[in-house]
Structure formats: structure tokens, C-alpha cells
Design a protein around this ligand. Structure first.
Ligand code: NAP
Ligand code: F7E
Length: 326
């Protein structure tokens, strides 16, 4: 039986990846923060349906000793390093924690693997935020990086560390440069989930307006379920490499608003308030993936399109309201 170790297992991607690996017969180990154990209902909500099938260890991305101990103990065939401060807006408010957790956390994971489990295969969660102020469109594996936030900078550094462990120490390390991916399990601070929950609340008379920042920015949005499959495929190849993963289709935040409100027969213009405080000091205006290399080498293709994604998120939040979850 293959063994996988996932950092950030309690997050959106960690939960879908766990389900995928369990369905493939893996023994799945995950790292969680100790505080999550004190409040499982809220902090481990994404894992609640299959938590009994996972082996969870408490660890901190800020502590090399805690990560190395678990890597040594579990001796995983595959390590998926997903743990990170992943909210771009917050990285402007708290650059220090973002850089510390994301850069050192990645370094500690790589160093722990090299020291105690050299034959593990390693996945690093890179991001389209590394392209930032895009220097060409669409973006592929050869596009130069121009990060626009501490978050983007932390991911470029993680990417370089991951590549260097491949070059210098012959480790099997891959970076997935993943474009935005969403789902009903998306965190509430991200724009798509903020919109889907607001639509459900407004439809039920629980909210009167929705405050947003820059609705002109454009993203290449896919479904997280499709993207965790790409992570797994990367570690099944004969040789390690880096891959761009996206749908190749672009929509603005305004398009998302349109689609989400239309789904419940409301007009977003009746509820939207633009709040200057929600704009970022440096915005990533436009992102669009060229995933042709991944389609060719991994045989990967997204299955869920933009319209299906929006409907699934809004329907799920309507159900959450009906079931009195929010
Ligand atoms: P997410 O939902 O925010 O999950 C992040 C995970 O990291 C959570 O399990 C969180 O634990 C953990 N974490 C954060 N800070 C930590 C710390 N100091 N110590 C230990 N664990 C910590 O993110 P996601 O959407 O699943 O994304 C997974 C990874 O892919 C992240 O690295 C993200 O940066 C990257 N990525 C995401 C996207 C996207 O569109 N979703 C695109 C490209 C790259 P708690 O639950 O305890 O907070
Ligand atoms: O913002 C605009 C905002 O926070 C999307 C992370 O998973 O994907 C994600 O980062 C856009 C931005 O995601 C609000 O200015 C307007 O232009 O949902 P977001 P993100 O910053 O693209 C990348 C690939 C990652 O790697 C990250 O981890 O929407 N926007 N008004 C807003 N955004 C938010 N959050 N809230 C608003 O009110």
C-alpha cells in the first residue's frame, strides 16, 4: 500500500486530494495544527466525512523539528506540501508571517525529506501568483515571474527551492504552477466563496448587500477536484518536472458575479457596493494559463467548466443556509 503525507490537509485542496488518494488505496497521513484538535468542528470541517480514514499528526510549518519527525516516522512514498498562508490580501497586511510560514515551511519540508526520507517524491504547491504582473499571455512553464505580493514572492522562492533540491540533491521534486481553483470547500475570504455565500444569504433575506474591491480583475478559474488529480499525476511520471495547470479560459470577477446572481434570478447590480479598502496595493490584473504541456505530458484535462463551478458553489451555499449551517 502506497503512503502519502499531506501538509495543509485541512485546506480546500488537502481535503480533495485526501479523498482522491484514499480512493486509489493510499494510506493517507496529514499534518494539522495543534489548535485544530481543540476545535475540530470548525477547523476540520472539510474532512468530516472521511476523517476516520486518515492518520493525522500535529505539526507546525514554523518548526523544522516537528515536520522532520513526522517525515521520518511515516516514510511516505509521496509528500504533497500544500500548507501555506494562502490569502494574497492578508500577505500585504502581514508580510512577515506569510514569508516566514511559506518560505521556511517549504524549506523545512524539503530538508526533512532529504535528510530522513530521500526517496519520497515531493509536490510543491506553486501558484499563478508567481506570474503576477504578467509579462506574456497566456502563461506557460517558460514565462518569467513578476510577483506582486509577499505571497507571490514566497511562492517563487518555494518554487526555486523545490527546483534546487532536484538539481543539487537529485530529489524527485515537482512544482505545480496552479491557477485559481475553487469549490464549495473554498475558504470564505476568497472572492468566489464570498460571492456564492452572499448570493445564498441575499436570496434568503439574510443579507442586503455585498462589498467587493476590484471586480475588473480576470482569473483562469477551475475546480479544485480537477486540480488535485494533476498534483497526483505529476508524481506518477518517470522524471520530475514543473507543470502549469489551468483551464485556458478567463473570466472577470464581474463575470463570476453575473453568473452567480443570475443562477438565482437576481441582478448583482442591486446589491453590489464597491469598497476601496478591499483593493490591493498591487493587483494582479489578468491571469490565463497555457496548460498545453500538462495536457500533452500528463494527459490531464479539466472536466468541470466555469458555469458548472459557479452553479455548484451557489447551490451548495443555498443548501448550507437551508440546513442552517451558516
Ligand atoms: P487553504 O484552503 O488556505 O489551505 C491552506 C492549508 O495550509 C490549511 O490546511 C492550513 O491549516 C494550512 N496552514 C496555513 N498556515 C499554516 C501554518 N502556519 N502551519 C501549518 N499549517 C498551515 O489553501 P488551498 O486553496 O487548499 O491551497 C493549497 C495550496 O495551494 C496552498 O499552498 C496555496 O497557497 C496553493 N495554491 C492554491 C491555489 C488555489 O486557487 N486554491 C492556487 C495556487 C496555489 P489551517 O486549516 O489550520 O488554517
Ligand atoms: O481574489 C479580487 C481580488 O482572493 C481574486 C489564492 O488561492 O489564487 C488565489 O488568489 C480577485 C483579486 O484570489 C474582492 O482583488 C475583488 O483580483 O479570490 P482571491 P487570488 O488573489 O487570485 C491564487 C492562484 C493563489 O495561489 C492564492 O493562494 O478578486 N477581489 N473583491 C476580491 N478578492 C477577495 N478575496 N475579496 C474581495 O472582496
Amino acid at each position: 500500500m502506497k503512503k502519502a503525507l499531506i501538509s495543509g490537509i485541512s485546506g480546500q485542496d488537502g481535503s480533495y486530494l485526501s479523498e482522491l488518494l484514499l480512493s486509489k488505496g493510499y494510506e493517507v497521513h496529514g499534518m494539522i495544527r495543534r489548535v485544530a484538535l481543540e476545535d475540530e468542528t470548525h477547523r476540520l470541517w472539510r474532512l468530516r466525512h472521511f476523517k476516520k480514514d486518515l492518520i493525522l499528526h500535529s505539526a507546525s510549518l514554523e518548526s523544522f523539528a516537528s515536520l522532520a519527525k513526522i517525515i521520518n516516522k511515516t516514510q511516505p512514498d509521496e509528500i504533497y506540501h500544500l500548507g501555506a498562508q494562502s490569502y494574497v490580501h492578508n500577505s500585504f497586511e502581514d508580510e512577515f508571517s506569510t514569508l516566514n510560514t511559506n518560505i521556511n515551511g517549504t524549506h523545512y519540508m524539503l530538508a526533512g525529506m532529504k535528510e530522513f526520507s530521500k526517496n519520497s517524491k515531493f509536490y510543491f504547491a506553486g501558484s499563478s501568483e508567481m506570474f503576477g504582473k504578467t509579462l506574456e499571455t497566456p502563461q506557460n512553464e517558460n514565462t518569467k515571474f513578476y510577483p506582486r505580493s509577499a505571497y507571490g514572492i514566497s511562492k517563487v522562492t518555494g518554487y526555486e527551492l523545490t527546483r534546487n533540491y532536484r538539481d543539487a540533491y537529485n530529489c524527485f521534486t515537482c512544482s505545480g504552477i496552479l491557477f485559481n481553483h475553487e469549490s464549495p470547500r473554498r475558504g470564505f475570504e476568497f472572492v468566489t466563496r464570498k460571492i456564492s455565500l452572499a448570493v445564498a444569504r441575499i436570496k434568503n433575506g439574510l443579507q442586503k448587500e455585498l462589498n467587493l474591491g476590484n471586480i475588473k480583475s480576470k482569473r483562469d478559474w477551475g475546480h479544485a477536484k480537477d486540480y488535485v488529480e494533476a498534483m497526483w499525476l505529476m508524481l506518477q511520471q518517470d522524471k520530475p518536472a514543473d507543470y502549469v495547470i489551468g483551464t485556458g479560459k478567463q473570466h472577470s470577477v464581474e463575470d463570476f458575479l453575473h453568473a452567480a446572481f443570475d443562477h438565482v434570478n437576481l441582478n448583482f447590480k442591486d446589491y453590489l457596493k464597491i469598497d476601496k479598502n478591499l483593493f490591493r496595493p498591487a493587483e494582479v490584473e489578468t491571469l490565463l494559463a497555457d496548460s498545453s504541456n500538462s495536457i500533452k505530458k500528463l494527459g490531464w484535462k479539466p472536466k468541470i467548466n466555469f458555469e458548472e463551478l459557479v452553479r455548484e458553489m451557489v447551490d451548495s451555499d443555498l443548501k448550507n443556509i437551508k440546513d442552517k449551517i451558516y
